[in-house]
Design a protein around this ligand. Structure first.
Ligand SMILES: [Zn+2]
Length: 397
């Protein structure tokens, strides 16, 4: 079922870029060489930077991180991180273009529309006659957004100042660097995004001042973006950002070109609506998708492939939900441990649901063996509470 769509032509994946083919896939084992310190074979600078950045993020979450940051990094470099699992190699088709020495890649999608990635996250921007319209400000890209924009506007002679910032949704991992654009940028998002951000009161995520309910057309300096809200999905405020002239759609945390969705179906708050949002996204006439995550753009075959993965996961999960609950009740019911019954039974259902999907998609979609179990678990819960497929916890006879 469409598995041959796994390797969309690489030239189509990074339209308008001139940096040649994406870098070759590396076995994940290669990452462990970073941890063994500088005596191992040298890492590409961008990979080392990304890893260092990960360490610093980890350090930032720890008490006294500022004081011990250097020591902590040294310690982690020196350790061998025993017990970490090995995963299947990332397929070549999932990998994006090489990052530069600053740790980002900026590419032209078409006309004055560009995208930026650090391999983890993505942003998009329009370079107009009157300034830059930026969509999202992921903190991991952070100040590299300014460098990427400067790189493009130096070449095209247009102003580098970001005048408009569109929020795809309120989540900090996608707009948590929006504070670096200062006070006099026009911030645009869904009305619900504004409500959520006023609640969250995060200085790095000032609430949008221009909001809309259903549709909003943004005209700046001869360029146009069509913003649309199709109801809650991944988050209550997630919007679709369409650049019709460039046949490009940006919608975040819905489709993951080349990869399985992030854990628990992108930690989505409304799973049935998240699934519907994939169909809505495919209903737009785009050629290029900016999914907000990972290192490359999407082509339509990527959307078809994710829907095939989800259809397989749904079928497998549905079939697994009649797993015999007897052993779980027999062991934990006498102990009066209701939660143990739920946990072990639902975990077993998810494991059974995930197994054939992992087997089918490993080597086809990156990280099928990383997140499919979590994704099956999320689907099991959605089937239970949204669809009423309660299995042994249904209406008592
Ligand atoms: Zn999100």
């Amino acid at each position: 079922m469409g598995l041959t769509a796994a390797g969309p032509a690489m030239a189509a994946i990074v339209p308008g870029t001139v940096d040649g083919p994406p870098r070759a896939p590396e076995p994940l084992g290669a990452a462990s060489s970073i941890r063994k310190g500088k005596s191992m074979k040298p890492m590409p600078w961008n990979a080392a930077t990304a890893y260092r950045r990960t360490l610093l993020r980890t350090a930032a979450a720890l008490p006294f991180a500022v004081a011990v940051g250097g020591a902590l990094e040294g310690t982690a470099d020196a350790s061998d991180a025993p017990g970490l699992p090995d995963f299947a190699p990332v397929p070549a088709a999932a990998i994006g273009p090489e990052l530069n020495d600053s740790g980002y890649f900026v590419g032209r999608i078409g006309g004055n529309l560009h995208w930026v990635t650090d391999g983890f996250y993505q942003a998009m921007f329009l370079s107009t006659r009157e300034g830059v319209v930026l969509v999202d400000a992921p903190p991991t890209i952070g100040h590299n957004l300014l460098r990427a924009i400067a790189e493009v506007t130096r070449a095209n002679g247009r102003p580098a100042k970001v005048t408009h910032l569109v929020y795809s949704h309120s989540h900090a991992d996608h707009i948590g660097a929006s504070s670096i654009f200062g006070k006099d940028v026009v911030r645009i998002g869904h009305a619900e995004c504004r409500r959520l951000l006023r609640r969250d009161n995060d200085p790095n995520r000032p609430a949008p001042t221009v909001t809309f309910e259903d549709r909003y057309t943004l005209h700046v300096g001869g360029e146009r973006l069509e913003l649309a809200y199709h109801g809650p999905n991944h988050s209550p405020d997630n919007i679709f950002i369409h650049a019709p002239e460039h046949r490009t759609l940006m919608v975040v945390d819905i489709l993951y070109p080349g990869w399985v969705p992030f854990k628990n179906l992108a930690v989505s708050q409304d799973i049935p609506a998240w699934l519907r949002a994939q169909d809505i996204a495919m209903g737009y006439p785009w050629r290029t998708l900016v999914g907000g995550h990972l290192g490359r753009l999407g082509v339509r075959a990527d959307g078809d492939l994710q829907r095939a993965y989800m259809a397989d996961l749904e079928a497998s999960t549905r079939a697994s939900m009649n797993l015999d609950p007897t052993p779980y009740f027999e062991k934990y019911h006498p102990q009066g441990n209701s939660w143990a019954i739920f946990k072990t039974y639902l975990d077993a259902v998810a494991a059974q649901a995930a197994a054939p999907v992992v087997a089918k998609y490993t080597g086809v979609l990156a990280a099928a063996d990383v997140f499919t179990l979590d994704n099956a678990a999320a689907l099991v819960e959605s089937f239970r509470i949204d669809s009423g497929l309660l299995g042994p916890f249904g209406i008592h006879p």
